[in-house]
Design a protein around this ligand. Structure first.
Ligand SMILES: Cc1ncc(COP(=O)(O)O)c(C=O)c1O
Length: 397
Protein backbone atom coordinates (compact mmCIF):
# COMPACT_ATOMS: atom_id res chain seq x y z
CA UNK A 1 0.00 0.00 0.00
CA UNK A 2 2.85 2.44 0.64
CA UNK A 3 6.34 2.83 -0.73
CA UNK A 4 8.13 3.08 2.59
CA UNK A 5 10.24 -0.05 2.46
CA UNK A 6 11.19 -2.28 4.15
CA UNK A 7 7.92 -4.16 4.61
CA UNK A 8 8.00 -6.31 7.69
CA UNK A 9 5.90 -8.75 9.61
CA UNK A 10 4.67 -7.57 12.98
CA UNK A 11 3.48 -9.68 15.89
CA UNK A 12 -0.13 -8.92 16.87
CA UNK A 13 -2.31 -9.86 19.82
CA UNK A 14 -5.85 -8.55 20.09
CA UNK A 15 -6.34 -7.90 23.77
CA UNK A 16 -8.99 -9.63 25.74
CA UNK A 17 -9.77 -6.41 27.59
CA UNK A 18 -10.94 -6.44 31.16
CA UNK A 19 -13.62 -3.97 32.11
CA UNK A 20 -13.02 -1.63 35.02
CA UNK A 21 -12.01 1.83 36.10
CA UNK A 22 -8.24 1.40 36.46
CA UNK A 23 -7.48 4.58 34.51
CA UNK A 24 -9.29 6.52 37.24
CA UNK A 25 -8.48 4.32 40.23
CA UNK A 26 -4.72 3.96 39.68
CA UNK A 27 -4.15 7.57 38.58
CA UNK A 28 -6.52 10.01 40.23
CA UNK A 29 -7.41 13.32 38.63
CA UNK A 30 -5.91 14.88 41.76
CA UNK A 31 -2.56 13.13 41.07
CA UNK A 32 -2.45 14.51 37.54
CA UNK A 33 -3.45 17.99 38.72
CA UNK A 34 -0.80 18.06 41.47
CA UNK A 35 1.93 16.99 39.06
CA UNK A 36 0.78 19.52 36.48
CA UNK A 37 0.75 22.41 38.95
CA UNK A 38 4.26 21.57 40.14
CA UNK A 39 6.03 20.70 36.89
CA UNK A 40 4.62 23.62 34.91
CA UNK A 41 6.07 25.91 37.61
CA UNK A 42 9.64 24.66 37.04
CA UNK A 43 12.21 26.91 35.39
CA UNK A 44 12.47 26.05 31.73
CA UNK A 45 9.00 24.54 31.42
CA UNK A 46 7.54 24.88 27.93
CA UNK A 47 5.17 22.62 25.99
CA UNK A 48 7.06 20.46 23.50
CA UNK A 49 6.37 20.64 19.74
CA UNK A 50 3.31 18.81 18.44
CA UNK A 51 3.29 18.43 14.66
CA UNK A 52 1.18 16.96 11.88
CA UNK A 53 3.03 14.80 9.35
CA UNK A 54 0.74 15.46 6.38
CA UNK A 55 2.90 13.98 3.62
CA UNK A 56 3.40 10.80 5.61
CA UNK A 57 -0.34 10.57 6.31
CA UNK A 58 -1.02 10.85 2.57
CA UNK A 59 1.57 8.21 1.76
CA UNK A 60 0.13 5.65 4.17
CA UNK A 61 -3.47 6.64 3.42
CA UNK A 62 -4.72 7.88 6.75
CA UNK A 63 -6.27 11.26 7.51
CA UNK A 64 -3.73 12.47 10.01
CA UNK A 65 -0.47 11.49 11.71
CA UNK A 66 0.14 13.54 14.85
CA UNK A 67 3.61 13.45 16.39
CA UNK A 68 4.45 14.79 19.85
CA UNK A 69 8.18 15.53 19.88
CA UNK A 70 9.57 15.13 23.39
CA UNK A 71 13.16 15.79 22.34
CA UNK A 72 13.28 19.34 23.75
CA UNK A 73 11.69 18.47 27.14
CA UNK A 74 13.57 20.47 29.80
CA UNK A 75 16.75 20.13 27.74
CA UNK A 76 16.97 16.47 28.79
CA UNK A 77 16.02 14.85 25.52
CA UNK A 78 12.97 12.82 26.49
CA UNK A 79 9.52 12.71 28.09
CA UNK A 80 11.15 10.99 31.05
CA UNK A 81 12.19 14.44 32.25
CA UNK A 82 8.61 14.73 33.53
CA UNK A 83 8.67 11.52 35.57
CA UNK A 84 11.81 10.71 37.55
CA UNK A 85 12.53 14.26 38.66
CA UNK A 86 8.96 14.76 39.87
CA UNK A 87 8.76 11.36 41.58
CA UNK A 88 12.07 12.15 43.31
CA UNK A 89 10.65 15.42 44.59
CA UNK A 90 7.61 13.58 45.93
CA UNK A 91 9.84 11.07 47.76
CA UNK A 92 11.62 14.03 49.37
CA UNK A 93 8.26 15.53 50.31
CA UNK A 94 7.08 12.34 52.03
CA UNK A 95 10.37 11.79 53.86
CA UNK A 96 10.91 15.40 54.95
CA UNK A 97 7.29 15.68 56.11
CA UNK A 98 7.79 12.54 58.19
CA UNK A 99 10.97 13.90 59.75
CA UNK A 100 9.42 17.32 60.46
CA UNK A 101 6.15 15.91 61.77
CA UNK A 102 4.17 18.27 59.53
CA UNK A 103 3.60 18.53 55.78
CA UNK A 104 6.35 20.10 53.64
CA UNK A 105 5.16 21.62 50.36
CA UNK A 106 6.69 20.74 47.00
CA UNK A 107 7.37 24.42 46.36
CA UNK A 108 9.27 24.82 49.67
CA UNK A 109 11.46 21.81 48.87
CA UNK A 110 12.02 23.03 45.33
CA UNK A 111 13.04 26.51 46.47
CA UNK A 112 15.55 25.29 49.06
CA UNK A 113 13.75 25.75 52.39
CA UNK A 114 14.82 22.22 53.44
CA UNK A 115 18.25 22.14 51.81
CA UNK A 116 19.94 20.44 54.79
CA UNK A 117 17.33 17.70 54.93
CA UNK A 118 17.62 17.19 51.17
CA UNK A 119 21.39 16.82 51.35
CA UNK A 120 20.97 14.01 53.90
CA UNK A 121 18.69 11.90 51.69
CA UNK A 122 20.06 9.69 48.89
CA UNK A 123 17.84 8.81 45.93
CA UNK A 124 18.68 5.83 43.74
CA UNK A 125 17.33 4.16 40.63
CA UNK A 126 18.05 1.70 37.88
CA UNK A 127 17.75 2.99 34.35
CA UNK A 128 18.50 2.34 30.72
CA UNK A 129 19.24 6.03 30.39
CA UNK A 130 16.40 8.47 30.28
CA UNK A 131 14.72 7.86 33.64
CA UNK A 132 18.07 8.07 35.42
CA UNK A 133 18.89 11.28 33.62
CA UNK A 134 15.63 12.76 34.81
CA UNK A 135 16.22 11.70 38.40
CA UNK A 136 19.83 12.93 38.33
CA UNK A 137 18.66 16.29 37.00
CA UNK A 138 16.02 16.58 39.73
CA UNK A 139 18.55 15.63 42.41
CA UNK A 140 20.92 18.29 41.16
CA UNK A 141 18.16 20.89 41.30
CA UNK A 142 17.06 19.87 44.79
CA UNK A 143 20.58 19.33 46.21
CA UNK A 144 20.17 15.59 46.78
CA UNK A 145 22.84 12.84 46.41
CA UNK A 146 21.93 10.48 43.57
CA UNK A 147 23.07 6.95 42.60
CA UNK A 148 22.10 5.46 39.26
CA UNK A 149 22.47 1.77 38.34
CA UNK A 150 22.93 0.92 34.67
CA UNK A 151 23.27 -2.41 32.90
CA UNK A 152 26.14 -3.61 30.73
CA UNK A 153 24.67 -2.40 27.43
CA UNK A 154 23.72 1.17 28.36
CA UNK A 155 25.76 3.40 26.07
CA UNK A 156 28.68 5.38 27.41
CA UNK A 157 27.08 8.58 26.11
CA UNK A 158 24.03 8.00 28.29
CA UNK A 159 26.18 7.17 31.34
CA UNK A 160 28.20 10.37 30.89
CA UNK A 161 25.05 12.48 30.61
CA UNK A 162 24.04 11.32 34.10
CA UNK A 163 27.52 11.78 35.55
CA UNK A 164 27.55 15.31 34.17
CA UNK A 165 24.44 15.96 36.26
CA UNK A 166 26.35 14.90 39.38
CA UNK A 167 25.02 11.36 39.76
CA UNK A 168 27.20 8.47 40.82
CA UNK A 169 26.73 5.92 38.04
CA UNK A 170 27.20 2.22 38.83
CA UNK A 171 27.50 -0.12 35.86
CA UNK A 172 26.62 -3.78 36.42
CA UNK A 173 27.29 -6.94 34.42
CA UNK A 174 23.68 -8.04 33.88
CA UNK A 175 20.62 -6.62 32.09
CA UNK A 176 18.08 -3.93 33.00
CA UNK A 177 16.07 -6.18 35.28
CA UNK A 178 19.23 -7.12 37.20
CA UNK A 179 20.02 -3.41 37.68
CA UNK A 180 16.52 -2.89 39.15
CA UNK A 181 17.15 -5.68 41.68
CA UNK A 182 20.58 -4.30 42.67
CA UNK A 183 19.28 -0.75 43.15
CA UNK A 184 16.55 -2.12 45.39
CA UNK A 185 18.90 -4.28 47.48
CA UNK A 186 21.56 -1.62 47.98
CA UNK A 187 18.91 0.96 48.91
CA UNK A 188 17.50 -1.38 51.53
CA UNK A 189 20.95 -2.07 52.98
CA UNK A 190 21.94 1.61 53.15
CA UNK A 191 18.78 3.53 54.01
CA UNK A 192 18.55 5.08 50.53
CA UNK A 193 15.27 5.69 48.67
CA UNK A 194 14.43 4.01 45.39
CA UNK A 195 12.76 6.22 42.80
CA UNK A 196 11.76 3.66 40.21
CA UNK A 197 9.62 4.13 37.14
CA UNK A 198 8.48 0.53 37.38
CA UNK A 199 6.34 -0.92 40.15
CA UNK A 200 6.21 -4.31 41.83
CA UNK A 201 4.01 -5.71 44.59
CA UNK A 202 4.46 -3.46 47.63
CA UNK A 203 6.14 -0.64 45.69
CA UNK A 204 3.87 1.77 43.88
CA UNK A 205 4.11 5.38 45.07
CA UNK A 206 7.07 6.63 42.96
CA UNK A 207 5.91 4.82 39.79
CA UNK A 208 2.49 6.38 40.29
CA UNK A 209 4.10 9.81 40.59
CA UNK A 210 6.22 9.10 37.51
CA UNK A 211 3.08 8.34 35.49
CA UNK A 212 1.32 11.39 36.92
CA UNK A 213 4.23 13.50 35.71
CA UNK A 214 3.79 12.13 32.18
CA UNK A 215 0.27 13.60 32.37
CA UNK A 216 1.78 17.01 31.63
CA UNK A 217 2.60 15.78 28.12
CA UNK A 218 -0.86 14.24 27.64
CA UNK A 219 -2.54 17.43 28.73
CA UNK A 220 -0.50 19.45 26.22
CA UNK A 221 -1.62 17.06 23.48
CA UNK A 222 -5.31 17.10 24.42
CA UNK A 223 -5.45 20.87 24.74
CA UNK A 224 -3.96 21.25 21.26
CA UNK A 225 -6.62 19.06 19.61
CA UNK A 226 -10.23 19.82 18.77
CA UNK A 227 -11.21 16.17 18.66
CA UNK A 228 -9.72 12.96 19.97
CA UNK A 229 -7.52 10.96 17.61
CA UNK A 230 -8.98 7.61 16.52
CA UNK A 231 -5.83 5.69 17.52
CA UNK A 232 -2.79 6.14 19.70
CA UNK A 233 0.29 3.97 19.11
CA UNK A 234 2.37 3.82 22.29
CA UNK A 235 5.76 2.24 22.71
CA UNK A 236 6.26 0.00 25.72
CA UNK A 237 9.22 -0.61 27.98
CA UNK A 238 7.81 -1.43 31.41
CA UNK A 239 4.52 0.19 30.31
CA UNK A 240 4.66 3.38 32.38
CA UNK A 241 4.61 5.74 29.42
CA UNK A 242 1.72 3.91 27.80
CA UNK A 243 -0.32 3.59 31.00
CA UNK A 244 0.27 7.21 32.00
CA UNK A 245 -0.76 8.47 28.58
CA UNK A 246 -3.83 6.26 28.14
CA UNK A 247 -5.07 7.17 31.60
CA UNK A 248 -4.61 10.85 30.78
CA UNK A 249 -6.43 10.44 27.46
CA UNK A 250 -9.29 8.60 29.19
CA UNK A 251 -9.55 11.33 31.86
CA UNK A 252 -9.68 14.01 29.17
CA UNK A 253 -11.76 12.40 26.40
CA UNK A 254 -13.87 9.88 28.33
CA UNK A 255 -15.65 7.44 25.98
CA UNK A 256 -14.24 9.28 22.96
CA UNK A 257 -10.64 8.37 23.91
CA UNK A 258 -8.63 6.77 21.08
CA UNK A 259 -8.09 3.08 20.49
CA UNK A 260 -4.84 2.09 22.20
CA UNK A 261 -2.20 0.09 20.33
CA UNK A 262 0.92 -0.91 22.30
CA UNK A 263 4.16 -1.39 20.37
CA UNK A 264 7.26 -3.21 21.62
CA UNK A 265 10.48 -4.53 20.15
CA UNK A 266 10.17 -8.24 19.37
CA UNK A 267 13.33 -8.63 21.47
CA UNK A 268 11.65 -7.31 24.64
CA UNK A 269 7.93 -7.98 24.37
CA UNK A 270 6.85 -8.32 28.00
CA UNK A 271 3.55 -6.44 27.56
CA UNK A 272 2.74 -8.42 24.41
CA UNK A 273 3.35 -11.67 26.29
CA UNK A 274 1.32 -10.40 29.24
CA UNK A 275 -1.58 -9.69 26.89
CA UNK A 276 -1.31 -13.18 25.47
CA UNK A 277 -1.25 -14.76 28.90
CA UNK A 278 -3.88 -12.44 30.39
CA UNK A 279 -1.58 -11.63 33.33
CA UNK A 280 1.75 -9.94 34.03
CA UNK A 281 4.41 -12.06 32.32
CA UNK A 282 8.17 -11.54 32.31
CA UNK A 283 10.38 -12.36 29.34
CA UNK A 284 14.11 -13.02 29.23
CA UNK A 285 16.08 -10.52 27.16
CA UNK A 286 18.34 -12.67 24.98
CA UNK A 287 19.66 -9.78 22.88
CA UNK A 288 19.41 -6.03 23.43
CA UNK A 289 17.19 -4.07 21.05
CA UNK A 290 18.50 -0.90 19.45
CA UNK A 291 15.51 0.78 21.12
CA UNK A 292 17.37 0.93 24.44
CA UNK A 293 14.52 2.59 26.36
CA UNK A 294 12.22 -0.29 25.48
CA UNK A 295 14.55 -3.10 26.52
CA UNK A 296 12.58 -4.28 29.55
CA UNK A 297 11.63 -7.85 30.38
CA UNK A 298 9.30 -7.18 33.31
CA UNK A 299 6.15 -5.06 33.07
CA UNK A 300 5.32 -2.50 35.73
CA UNK A 301 2.53 -4.07 37.82
CA UNK A 302 0.75 -0.74 38.19
CA UNK A 303 1.01 0.09 34.49
CA UNK A 304 -0.34 -3.33 33.61
CA UNK A 305 -3.48 -2.71 35.71
CA UNK A 306 -4.31 0.18 33.38
CA UNK A 307 -3.19 -1.43 30.12
CA UNK A 308 -5.11 -4.65 30.80
CA UNK A 309 -8.29 -2.58 30.61
CA UNK A 310 -7.38 0.13 28.15
CA UNK A 311 -5.20 -1.41 25.42
CA UNK A 312 -6.94 -3.01 22.44
CA UNK A 313 -3.93 -4.34 20.59
CA UNK A 314 -0.33 -5.29 21.22
CA UNK A 315 2.25 -5.31 18.43
CA UNK A 316 5.89 -6.31 18.18
CA UNK A 317 8.26 -4.83 15.64
CA UNK A 318 11.50 -6.27 14.25
CA UNK A 319 14.84 -4.50 14.63
CA UNK A 320 15.12 -4.00 10.87
CA UNK A 321 12.51 -1.22 11.05
CA UNK A 322 14.24 0.98 13.61
CA UNK A 323 17.01 2.72 11.68
CA UNK A 324 14.95 3.36 8.51
CA UNK A 325 12.26 5.08 10.58
CA UNK A 326 14.78 7.26 12.45
CA UNK A 327 16.07 8.29 9.01
CA UNK A 328 12.55 8.88 7.68
CA UNK A 329 11.80 11.35 10.46
CA UNK A 330 15.10 13.16 9.96
CA UNK A 331 14.73 13.31 6.17
CA UNK A 332 10.95 13.42 5.80
CA UNK A 333 8.54 13.16 2.93
CA UNK A 334 7.30 16.28 1.15
CA UNK A 335 7.12 19.33 3.34
CA UNK A 336 6.79 17.42 6.63
CA UNK A 337 8.97 18.93 9.32
CA UNK A 338 12.31 17.16 9.92
CA UNK A 339 12.62 15.62 13.38
CA UNK A 340 15.76 14.28 15.01
CA UNK A 341 14.50 11.34 17.05
CA UNK A 342 16.13 8.69 19.18
CA UNK A 343 15.68 4.97 18.58
CA UNK A 344 12.90 4.45 21.14
CA UNK A 345 10.87 7.33 19.73
CA UNK A 346 10.03 5.68 16.43
CA UNK A 347 8.38 2.45 17.59
CA UNK A 348 4.82 3.70 17.04
CA UNK A 349 5.70 5.23 13.69
CA UNK A 350 7.39 2.02 12.51
CA UNK A 351 4.40 -0.07 13.55
CA UNK A 352 1.89 2.27 11.95
CA UNK A 353 3.66 2.31 8.60
CA UNK A 354 4.07 -1.46 8.60
CA UNK A 355 0.43 -1.97 9.59
CA UNK A 356 -0.74 0.23 6.70
CA UNK A 357 1.28 -1.92 4.31
CA UNK A 358 -0.62 -4.99 5.54
CA UNK A 359 -4.33 -4.90 4.71
CA UNK A 360 -5.21 -7.69 7.08
CA UNK A 361 -3.44 -6.07 10.02
CA UNK A 362 -4.92 -2.66 9.17
CA UNK A 363 -8.37 -4.26 9.31
CA UNK A 364 -7.62 -5.89 12.63
CA UNK A 365 -6.48 -2.55 14.07
CA UNK A 366 -9.42 -0.66 12.58
CA UNK A 367 -7.07 1.55 10.57
CA UNK A 368 -8.43 3.12 7.39
CA UNK A 369 -8.38 6.32 5.38
CA UNK A 370 -10.36 8.10 8.12
CA UNK A 371 -7.87 7.29 10.88
CA UNK A 372 -6.20 10.08 12.83
CA UNK A 373 -3.24 8.56 14.63
CA UNK A 374 -1.34 9.96 17.58
CA UNK A 375 2.32 9.00 18.04
CA UNK A 376 4.57 9.88 20.94
CA UNK A 377 8.08 10.80 19.85
CA UNK A 378 9.35 9.89 23.28
CA UNK A 379 12.94 11.04 22.80
CA UNK A 380 15.15 13.23 20.69
CA UNK A 381 18.81 12.48 20.13
CA UNK A 382 19.72 11.15 23.58
CA UNK A 383 22.88 9.52 22.24
CA UNK A 384 24.53 11.43 19.41
CA UNK A 385 26.95 8.61 18.51
CA UNK A 386 24.08 6.16 17.92
CA UNK A 387 22.07 8.75 15.98
CA UNK A 388 25.04 9.52 13.73
CA UNK A 389 25.64 5.83 13.17
CA UNK A 390 22.04 5.39 12.05
CA UNK A 391 22.05 8.47 9.83
CA UNK A 392 25.25 7.32 8.16
CA UNK A 393 23.71 3.89 7.53
CA UNK A 394 26.20 2.10 9.79
CA UNK A 395 23.38 0.33 11.64
CA UNK A 396 23.19 -2.71 9.39
CA UNK A 397 25.91 -4.75 11.16
C1 LIG B 1 12.67 7.26 25.05
C2 LIG B 1 11.83 6.26 25.74
N1 LIG B 1 10.67 5.91 25.18
C3 LIG B 1 9.85 5.02 25.78
C4 LIG B 1 10.20 4.41 26.97
C5 LIG B 1 9.28 3.41 27.57
O1 LIG B 1 8.71 3.83 28.76
P1 LIG B 1 8.19 2.78 29.82
O2 LIG B 1 9.38 1.99 30.30
O3 LIG B 1 7.56 3.60 30.88
O4 LIG B 1 7.23 1.88 29.11
C6 LIG B 1 11.41 4.74 27.57
C7 LIG B 1 11.83 4.12 28.83
O5 LIG B 1 12.94 4.27 29.29
C8 LIG B 1 12.25 5.70 26.94
O6 LIG B 1 13.42 6.06 27.47
Amino acid sequence: MNNLLPAAALGHVAANRKTGDAAFRVLLEHDFATARAEITAWDGYAPTPFVTLAALAKEIEVTEVLYKDEGPRFGLGSFKALGGSYAGLRVLQREISKRLGHPASLADIRTGKYADACAAITLVSATDGNHGRSLAWGCKRFGVPCRIYIHAEVSQGRALAMQDLGAEVIRIEGDYDASVVLAKTEAQDNGWFVVSDTSWPGYSLPPRDVMSGYGVMTQEICEALEQAPTHVFLQGGVGGLAAGVVAGLRHYWGDAAPRVVIVEPALAACLFESAKAGAVTNVAIARETLMAGLSCGAPSALAWEILAEEASDFLTIPEALVAPRVRLLATPLGSDVAIEAGESAIAGLAALIAARADRDLSDKLGLDAQSRVLLIGSEGVTDAAIFNMIMEGRDAA
